[in-house]
Design a protein around this ligand. Structure first.
Ligand code: PLP
Length: 356
């Protein structure tokens, strides 16, 4: 059992549900017949059963239609930034530039073809989701649904006339998603899905196999599909935590129920940010993320920033420092962050306001 109270607002790696930690710990100690999860062969029947179950759970929890494959691959979401382009970009792709990760995706894609950036919010330090028009002469359109560093989010599944590709690293499993609208979704595991190690790729089978370039085996989604994500040795610990997280999500009532809780948590915190004289949110209201909530001290209270950070840390708030490109504070309220933690942070902000 952990000792508390710890209110983990880390941006990833981040809070995981208690039972995910407990069950994974048990499996590390004794997965099957005295063998640790760290020791078993990924070709063993017992591990293969976990792989199959994890794919099935993902399909069930996100209501993934037939014709899609679910993969667990090494290299994190960062490898997916380029793997997507390598597998899907023949001539030209369109990208929406909404933050650091989106711009890294653009940079990687440029190695494989022409990239059209349809819009960017860089002019205002990525504090909003810009308006855009999707061109129809492109191989795919790439979006980052949640911008972890800046705290903006595309909260709806958009209609797209071309293949839609989404980096959902920091909001996958936070809401129901109409997967049928996407050609490919990818996400690093280490926020809403489990611990670092695997990236999840959900891909519509029919979009693969159309580029003319020769793909190295490890870069070829079709090879990973044919090998059940075990073309090479899979990151078993990460996949095991994904398995346990999906079971926890189901127990909590599925992504619909989780989404309601996430909205409630975000509402409580944004209301306090908007009310409290010391703070202000950094993102335009209709672009605000419910996962990563960014705020700074109002100009007249800027000098108090470090004092608030120390005050909050003393009261058990962990990981609230904003990313260096935004400054101030960022409270990441992923699925496993309890509403009590959000309320504790709000109390902290209120107490600090009284002191000033
Ligand atoms: N995309 C987004 C939106 C992220 O937030 C991150 C990491 O925080 C990444 C990609 C890169 O993920 P990884 O560290 O798994 O490569």
């Amino acid at each position: 059992m952990r000792t508390g109270p710890v209110h983990n607002f880390g941006a990833g790696p981040c809070a995981l549900a208690d039972e995910v930690i407990e069950n994974t710990t048990k499996a590390v100690q004794n997965f099957k017949n005295g063998m640790s999860l760290l020791e078993i062969s990924h070709r063993s029947k017992d591990w293969m059963a976990i792989m199959d179950e994890t794919v099935a759970l993902f399909k069930e929890v996100l209501n993934i239609p037939a014709g899609y494959s679910v993969l667990f691959l090494g290299g994190g979401a960062s490898l997916q930034l380029l793997m997507v382009a390598m597998n899907l970009l023949e001539k030209k792709a369109a990208y929406l530039d909404t933050g650091v990760w989106a711009s890294k995706a653009i940079k990687e894609a440029k190695a494989f073809g022409e990239v059209q950036v349809v819009a960017s919010s860089k002019d205002k330090n990525y504090t909003y989701i810009p308006e855009y028009k999707i061109p129809e002469d492109v191989d795919y359109f790439h979006i980052t649904t949640n911008n972890t560093i800046y705290g903006s989010e595309i909260k709806k599944d958009i209609d797209c006339p071309v293949k839609l590709v989404a980096d959902m690293s920091s909001d996958i499993l936070s809401r129901p998603v109409d997967v049928s609208k996407y050609a490919l979704i990818y996400a690093g595991a280490q926020k809403n899905c489990g611990c670092a190690g695997a990236a999840i790729v959900i891909v519509k089978d029919e979009v693969l196999g159309h580029v003319s370039r020769q793909l190295p085996s490890m870069m070829d989604y079709k090879i990973h599909i044919a090998n059940g994500s075990m073309y090479n040795t899979p990151p078993v610990i990460s996949i095991y935590t994904i398995n346990q997280t999906l079971k926890w999500v189901k127990k909590m009532g599925g992504v619909e129920a989780i989404h309601k809780m996430n909205e409630e948590k975000a509402k409580i915190l944004y209301e306090e940010i908007d009310r409290n004289k010391l703070f202000r949110g950094t993102v335009e209201k209709d672009s605000r993320s419910i996962m990563n909530i960014c705020f700074v001290m109002n100009d007249e209270y800027k000098a108090l920033e470090e004092e608030f950070y120390n005050f909050a840390t003393k009261q058990g708030m962990i990981g609230i420092k904003g990313h260096r490109s935004v400054g101030g504070f960022r409270a990441s309220c992923y699925n496993a962050v309890r509403i009590e933690s959000v309320k504790a942070l709000v109390s902290c902000m209120q107490e600090f306001e009284k002191l000033h």
